[in-house]
Design a protein around this ligand. Structure first.
Ligand code: 6PG
Length: 244
């Protein structure tokens, strides 16, 4: 997907500080989950890892809703065990899946398979059983323009961002970079489950990441800054929350 079209208008809400963004993000996620529960009797959330969303998940864990009818999934996973450093499953379990949210179902991505490529079929089947579309998705933005585990020029990126890919997940191997760090092998949601979600919240903090977003909104290959796949083809779904 290499188109040079500039991005369409984007909903960006700026907060005075990160605490205000955390409160607003947690409230919005709870509202979307409640809407799903009201309309469908079930609801689903897809949660990213990284350093930003933890406080949001902790705040959301206290929300009073029918968590026993909610499935919490991952947007992506580094290919490490839950007890190992860097696990997104551990982050979500430690910050979200307690308090009121303890009753939620959780759908991890990591399997005993040596590589995520060996696990794509199994995880795609697991994720096929999650109520779709997601009622809410939490995304972050890397300084390199990645979101989910759509890393620039990663092996498997084309399939991950292909709108016609009917699989919900894809295996990617990021190019070595300071942003990807030691976690090169990853499982990630593909384009469709993110683009078809009922609400997608892109949480960004700091001036550097705000500049990254503005660069991504300009011209250039999607492969250079894969968040462009959503900015150009699913902007209407995106709600950007930014704090300094
Ligand atoms: C991961 C995340 C990743 C994250 C971005 C932004 O597994 O690393 O899912 O996509 O959202 O790297 O991370 P921050 O929240 O630290 O800005």
């Amino acid at each position: 997907m290499t188109d040079l079209a500039p991005s369409p208008p984007l909903a960006i809400t700026e907060f005075a500080d990160r605490g205000a963004m955390v409160d607003a993000a947690a409230a919005a996620l709870a509202t979307n989950l409640r809407m799903g529960l009201t309309e469908r009797g079930v609801a689903s959330l897809a949660a990213s890892g990284g350093s930003t969303p933890g406080p949001v998940y902790a705040r959301l864990s206290k929300a009073e809703l029918d968590w026993s009818d909610v499935t919490v999934a991952l947007v992506d996973e580094r290919w490490v065990e839950p007890h190992e450093e860097g696990s997104n499953a551990a982050l979500v379990c430690d910050t979200l899946l307690h308090n009121e949210a303890k009753a939620a179902r959780f759908a991890p991505m990591k399997t005993p398979d040596v590589t995520p490529l060996d696990a794509v079929g199994a995880i795609d089947q697991t994720y096929a059983d999650i109520p779709a579309p997601f009622d809410a998705v939490v995304l972050g933005l890397g300084a390199d323009g990645h979101t989910a585990s759509w890393f620039p020029h990663a092996e498997g990126l084309a399939a991950a961002i292909d709108p016609t890919n009917t699989r919900r997940v894809a295996a990617v191997r990021a190019k070595p970079s300071p942003v990807a760090g030691v976690y090169l092998d990853r499982m990630t949601l593909t384009f469709a489950p993110l683009a078809h979600a009922r609400a997608v919240f892109l949480l960004i903090t700091g001036e550097e990441k705000r500049a990254t977003l503005e660069t991504a909104r300009g011209d250039g290959p999607v492969e250079d800054m894969p968040v462009r796949a959503l900015l150009r083809h699913a902007a209407a779904k995106l709600q950007v929350l930014w704090a300094p």
